[in-house]
Design a protein around this ligand. Structure first.
Ligand code: SF4
Length: 371
């Protein structure tokens, strides 16, 4: 367990996902696959192990199956461009909405300001771009509440205040290491994000699920403890369920897509030619020479182009075909990148057309603060 602390504000790459099962008591989603798909239909998120672990998802599914009120909570820090890593979260929102859940979607503007030091004007502009992207991807606004962390309902802030009295500073230090005032407020803001749909004021949802990357697990564990501690004062609270997705690596072969390295991500809003050029320069699992690749085959497990197929671009038949051709040395990276580029172009053209329409009316869906 030593040296294995997840840092929600760090940039670690979780190399050994299996450790999470052991150290943090997560369960594999593959054991629930049939049940998940019988409710929500087939999804690459689960069948391909992109969402690979959970806590209490079975209890969440119980509520869905008996027609109870279920909600999904997620948040986006509007600190940089909306990229394919964010799209993976959007896919999960869409899937849970299909199952019947309502989505509560926070624009984590408080956190972007306190932790990332992004200017407010930029944050507000990004929030509109994020909401328009989510709707353009298929998030149904009539089954969603989009909100800014600094511009919401009084009961949300009451919950944040009450939660802060249930934790000691040493507990926070044990989970997060050094904590500054802005970070502490961001922690309790996230606690309120996760728990507030269970309050009467927001519809009293009986089950809440939070899809996160494993680096966000400290927030989840703390929030579950706080829900327990607050239960006698706040009726209706229960421990939230959570699901864990793998983090997309950077296109440049870096550990994670990062807004500070434009070559590491493809934004859904960037000029299509720029996006294609990033794809053509992406890190692959190809061999040093064409002869070697024909002889030994490529290594799709290491390849970022393959990761784009796996997470976003290819259906099951195509994915299998690419994998086999790559492994068998039947395709070279240059040729394969052209196939991926065609799919990427088609996707972005369609997405950007929808985005431009929705962006014109995006303030109908989110209420922005004055500053
Ligand atoms: S052939 Fe395709 S999947 Fe295989 S390493 Fe090259 S780009 Fe990646």
């Amino acid at each position: 367990m030593e040296n294995f602390r997840l840092d929600p504000w760090g940039h670690i790459y979780i190399e050994e996902y299996e450790k999470l099962f052991k150290y943090f008591g997560l369960s594999p989603t593959k054991d629930l696959l049939k049940r998940i798909e019988s409710i929500g239909g087939k999804s690459r998120l689960y069948s391909r192990g992109i969402v690979f672990a959970h806590r209490d998802l079975d209890k969440f599914l119980d509520v869905i199956e008996r027609g109870g009120k279920a909600a999904l909570v997620t948040g986006f820090m509007p600190s940089g461009p909306f990229h394919f890593g964010h799209k993976m979260v959007a896919d999960q929102i869409i899937y849970f909405q299909k199952m019947g859940a309502r989505a509560f979607i926070a624009m984590a503007d408080a956190e972007a300001y306190a932790v990332r030091r992004i200017p407010r004007k930029k944050i507000l502009e990004n929030a509109k771009i994020y909401v328009a992207n989510l709707i353009a991807l298929g998030v149904r606004p009539e089954r969603a509440t989009f909100y800014m962390q600094t511009n919401y309902e009084p009961a949300y802030y009451r919950l944040m205040q009450m939660a802060s009295s249930k934790v000691t500073i040493s507990e926070l230090k044990a989970i997060y290491g050094d904590v500054e005032p802005g970070k502490i407020i961001a922690v309790f803001t996230q606690v309120a994000d996760i728990l507030h749909p269970m309050l009467d004021e927001f519809g009293r949802y009986e089950a809440v699920v939070v899809p996160v990357g494993p680096d966000q697990d400290p927030h989840i564990r703390l929030t579950r403890d706080i829900a327990e501690r607050l239960r006698s004062d706040v009726p209706g609270l229960s421990k939230p369920a959570s699901t864990y997705h793998k983090l997309m690596r950077g296109l440049d072969g870096g550990e994670k897509m990062s807004s500070s390295r434009p070559e590491s991500y493809i934004s859904l809003n960037e000029p299509i030619e720029t996006a294609i050029s990033k794809l053509m320069n992406a890190y692959t699992g190809g061999r040093a020479t064409a002869e070697e690749q024909r002889r030994l085959g490529g290594i799709p497990e290491k390849c970022m182009v393959y990761e784009l197929y796996l997470y976003h671009l290819a259906d099951d038949d195509m994915l299998r075909e690419i994998y086999e051709k790559c492994k068998g040395g039947k395709i070279l990276c240059g040729e394969d990148k052209k196939i991926a580029a065609k799919l990427l172009r088609e996707f972005l053209e369609e997405h950007q057309r929808k985005f431009n329409e929705i962006y014109k009316v995006v303030e109908d869906y989110i209420s922005l603060p004055r500053y």
